[in-house]
Design a protein around this ligand. Structure first.
Ligand SMILES: Cc1cc2nc3c(=O)[nH]c(=O)nc-3n(C[C@H](O)[C@H](O)[C@H](O)COP(=O)(O)OP(=O)(O)OC[C@H]3O[C@@H](n4cnc5c(N)ncnc54)[C@H](O)[C@@H]3O)c2cc1C
Ligand code: FES
Length: 263
């Protein structure tokens, strides 16, 4: 299915926490064709040229002809988007990128490792695993309890940096304790969050010899493989086989096998 940019009216805005907002918009193409892990590239205000470049967001949820994104305010683009009102129009390009590799035959238990707004690509993945009846554990790390976006997740184990809810510490430490106690049968990690968390997931997966995929939030511009603005460095072993030092986050990713890339 080719993607073209479509003016999409915002039908719902929800404030989850200060600086954390969801926007629901009408876009049948995105709503019906997105597969878990794909993203949309959005111009915050259709018809305006400031900001000039689109901003990428995972598709957080789909229902009927509508899709939803979750926005963590970061800079100018996310600031404008987070303050968009119902009835305003977004210019939405997508769905883009490769989905999560949930069809690989190398695991029996799905482990979703979420850091902060990395939650964005997990609800659709959760829906897929629930439909396929794949056992699922979600390890969700946040700075504090009020920043947790709880919708559409399942079997959630929470870890907070300030100890306000669940395990006091990182979600990777919590996952480690589950792996050490053998509670997870033949797991595969699907990780999205800050780079530090993903590096820790990479090492943990290598240590326990389990498959791991990481979804990157690399800065992007075009989102469709043209500008070469989203390089992801590959491991020497991958380079030796493919001859490709870099891959593109937007078209080769955003998710990659953890052992194949340098974070
Ligand atoms: C696949 C993917 C999914 C994502 N999903 C989500 C999500 O669901 N929710 C969420 O909150 N965040 C998500 N992010 C992160 C989000 O896209 C960024 O936080 C957002 O782009 C920041 O935009 P900003 O204008 O607020 O920040 P700023 O820091 O003001 O601007 C960053 C953007 O400005 C442009 N830019 C900045 N510097 C340069 C430069 N030197 N050269 C060229 N261009 C430049 C680029 O377009 C860059 O992406 C995702 C990122 C990716 C890649
Ligand atoms: S963002 Fe342009 S090539 Fe990836």
């Amino acid at each position: 299915m080719t993607s073209s940019s479509v003016p999409s009216v915002v039908t719902q805005r929800r404030i989850l926490a200060p600086g954390l907002v969801t926007l629901r918009f009408r876009n049948p193409n995105v709503a019906h064709n997105t597969i878990a892990g794909q993203f949309v590239n959005i111009l915050p205000k259709a018809g305006f040229s400031d900001p000039m470049l689109r901003r990428p967001f995972s598709v957080y949820w789909t229902q009927g002809d509508e899709a939803e994104i979750i926005i963590q305010e970061h800079g100018r683009g996310t600031g404008i988007l987070a303050n968009t009102r119902e009835g305003e129009i977004l210019d939405v390009l997508g769905p883009l990128g490769r989905p999560w590799m949930f069809d690989s035959a190398d695991y029996m238990t799905a482990v979703l490792l979420i850091g902060g707004v990395g939650v964005a690509s997990m609800p659709l993945l959760t829906r897929k695993f629930e439909l396929d009846e794949v056992p699922l554990h979600t390890f969700y790390g946040a700075r504090t309890s009020s920043l947790i976006a709880r919708d559409h997740l399942a079997n959630v184990h929470i870890a907070t940096d300030d100890g306000s809810e669940g395990f006091h510490g990182s979600n990777v430490m919590l996952l480690r304790s589950y792996l050490e106690s053998g509670k997870l049968e033949s797991p595969k990690i699907f990780a999205c969050g800050p780079t530090g968390m993903m590096r820790a997931a990479q090492s943990l997966a290598a240590e326990f010899s389990i498959p791991c995929e990481v979804s990157l939030e690399t800065e992007m511009a075009c989102g469709i493989g043209i500008c070469q603005g989203c390089p992801v460095r590959t491991e020497e072993s991958v380079f030796a086989v493919t001859g490709r030092r870099y891959r593109l986050a937007c078209t080769d990713g955003p998710s990659f096998k953890a052992e194949e890339i340098v974070l």
